[in-house]
Design a protein around this ligand. Structure first.
Ligand code: NAG
Ligand code: NAG
Ligand code: NAG
Ligand code: NAG
Ligand code: NAG
Ligand code: NAG
Ligand code: NAG
Length: 461
């Protein structure tokens, strides 16, 4: 289904009228109302993307957004199309993703080396995984837009990261934050990098049934548990550092760390539920994550970023994190459908609260950050738009059949050896400068001070 362009302008016109009423109108029981609301938030995000303008580079967001957030945003557009049927952003999305593939067919563009973490790469990889699961047509094999299949791209990211797992010999395994040693924060072991790898491995297992992916998902979960990146109640912390062999944990909690594990666990549960032991294991973990999530990240059923919304310190990256917990709640309700009873009230209240405060800007539909306040807080950007869009479009999960697999209609081509020879190191043309080295040392100090003081994000920003 598509929106005709006349329907879209009617939509914008009604948005203008609504600005008097001061919000995006949202009837959570009416799929048409949900689609309209999602379309308005999507438009508000789309206008912030400039990469498809003449002379600009497809896939990049303008400053101050980092490269990873663009990958996250295109993942959001993939789901937007899937949930609403509105395909007006598909061409833009495919062009952007194709442009950023870079080396090894694995979203490792050389010109992003200076900020290329495993998590950054993985956000693009997860966008490709969603494209495979949602049956976005693969890139063509000839012409300007030619490229590997979506599944192959996700497999390439997995293979590249598998080769880096445990590479430095510290902490008993796991992935470092950064890919390159010359980058600030290389020694940091952040939960999101490992969580994204777990997520991709779990979903590749669900899609292909290949046990290698399952084994790596389990190994990564167990490793994270062993160093305490999460505790027994499944509070997910920010990370640890290999300079201290991961003996200290930075305990800040972010929505996306829990979310990336929640959806990965849902994929694992769904794919292993015939095995009573695995079934019970993942089910128990999912239930505990939902309990903890409600306690930590929701008030009156409305989602909030506990570490930075009330103190006003959310940086650009952090202002997008709720988008991913929202996205992954949707994925979880579809793939572990017994979670819907518990998650749906959070979903509905959060979507209503988000829509209500999308009432600023030229059209009276621009979204802010703090959903729980009931009014727009004047914080605007890609993250704010994406979070509102994802929580609203999730209301359409009952209208989709859910992520496909190789046996249930998936068509994206598989290449388990994608990414090439894993021992080949990337060539990086940006030599490390004294300035960068000093910077790296400085940041490591900050990280350690932060771990001891409990809050390096706050110190560093
Ligand atoms: C406001 O509406 C106009 C007219 O439909 C549209 O072109 C523009 O992109 C909208 N702006 C935002 C921020 O949504
Ligand atoms: C960076 O690399 C990507 C992928 O190889 C390429 O498409 C893009 O044009 C390059 N330049 C910039 C400024 O991003
Ligand atoms: C480092 O941590 C790992 C994992 O906890 C442990 O197995 C190893 O013995 C530790 N090494 C040292 C030198 O403490
Ligand atoms: C497993 O996931 C598929 C979608 O990939 C979904 O259709 C199915 O209902 C899920 N199973 C359960 C029991 O939730
Ligand atoms: C959950 O998914 C299974 C398998 O797809 C299906 O048989 C069942 O009806 C679903 N239950 C709910 C509550 O949607
Ligand atoms: C979407 O969901 C609504 C409400 O559950 C239902 O009436 C409608 O038929 C669904 N449409 C599709 C295409 O599944
Ligand atoms: C499963 O995945 C692994 C790791 O990518 C690969 O080496 C192996 O060939 C795959 N097996 C099959 C049957 O595709």
């Amino acid at each position: 289904m598509k929106f005709a362009s006349s329907a879209l302008s009617a939509l914008s016109a009604s948005a203008l009228l609504l600005s008097g009423a001061g919000a995006i109108e949202l009837n959570v029981d009416d799929p048409e109302s949900i689609k309209k609301a999602a379309a308005i938030t999507a438009q508000g995000m789309r206008v912030l993307y400039t990469g498809d303008r003449p002379g600009d580079v497809p896939g990049n967001l303008p400053d101050p957004y980092y490269w990873w957030e663009a990958g996250a945003m295109f993942g959001a557009f993939v789901d937007y199309w899937y949930y609403t049927g509105d395909d007006q952003y598909n061409e833009m999305t495919m062009q952007a993703m194709q442009h950023q593939i870079g080396d090894f067919g694995a979203f490792e563009p050389q010109n992003q080396s200076k900020s290329l973490g495993n998590d950054d790469q993985a956000f693009w990889g997860m966008a490709a995984m969603s494209a495979a699961e949602n049956k976005l047509p693969d890139l063509p094999s000839t012409g300007d837009l030619k490229g590997p299949s979506w599944l192959t791209l996700a497999q390439a990211v997995f293979n590249r990261q598998t080769a880096r797992w445990g590479k430095t010999g510290t902490c008993g395994g796991g992935l470092n934050w950064q890919i390159f040693e010359f980058n600030n924060g290389f020694t940091y072991r952040n939960t999101i990098s490992n969580g994204c790898y777990f997520n991709i491995a779990s979903r590749l297992y669900k899609y292909t049934g290949n046990e290698t992916y399952k084994n790596w998902a389990i190994k990564t979960w167990d490793w994270e548990a062993s160093i305490g990146l999460f505790d027994k109640d499944l509070h997910f912390y920010d990370g640890s550092d290999e300079t201290k062999n991961c003996s200290d944990i930075n305990r800040i909690q972010w929505t996306y760390n829990l979310g990336v594990h929640l959806s990965g666990a849902a994929a694992m549960w769904n794919a292993t539920k015939e095995d009573p032991k695995q079934d019970a294991l993942w089910k128990g973990r999912i239930e505990q994550m939902i309990t903890t999530m409600k306690e930590v990240f929701f008030q009156n059923n409305i989602m909030f970023e506990v570490a930075c919304e009330k103190n006003g310190k959310c940086n650009n990256d952090q202002r997008s994190f709720k988008a991913y917990l929202a996205r992954w709640m949707g994925y979880t309700m579809i793939t572990a459908n017994w979670t819907k009873d518990q998650l749906w009230p959070l979903q509905v209240a959060s979507a209503q609260a988000a829509a209500k405060q999308c009432n600023a800007g030229p059209n009276g539909t621009t979204c802010g950050l703090r959903w729980w306040t009931g009014t727009n807080d004047g914080s605007f950007g890609v993250g704010e738009q994406m979070a509102a869009m994802e929580i609203i479009q999730n209301l359409l999960i009952t209208n989709v059949t859910g992520p496909v697999t190789e046996n249930t209609g998936g068509t994206s081509k598989s290449d388990p050896s994608a990414g090439g020879d894993p021992t080949v190191e990337p060539i990086v043309f940006s030599e490390i400068t004294t300035g960068d080295k000093a910077g790296a040392g400085f940041l490591t100090t900050l990280v350690l001070v932060g771990i001891l003081g409990g809050a390096w994000w706050m110190v560093a920003s």
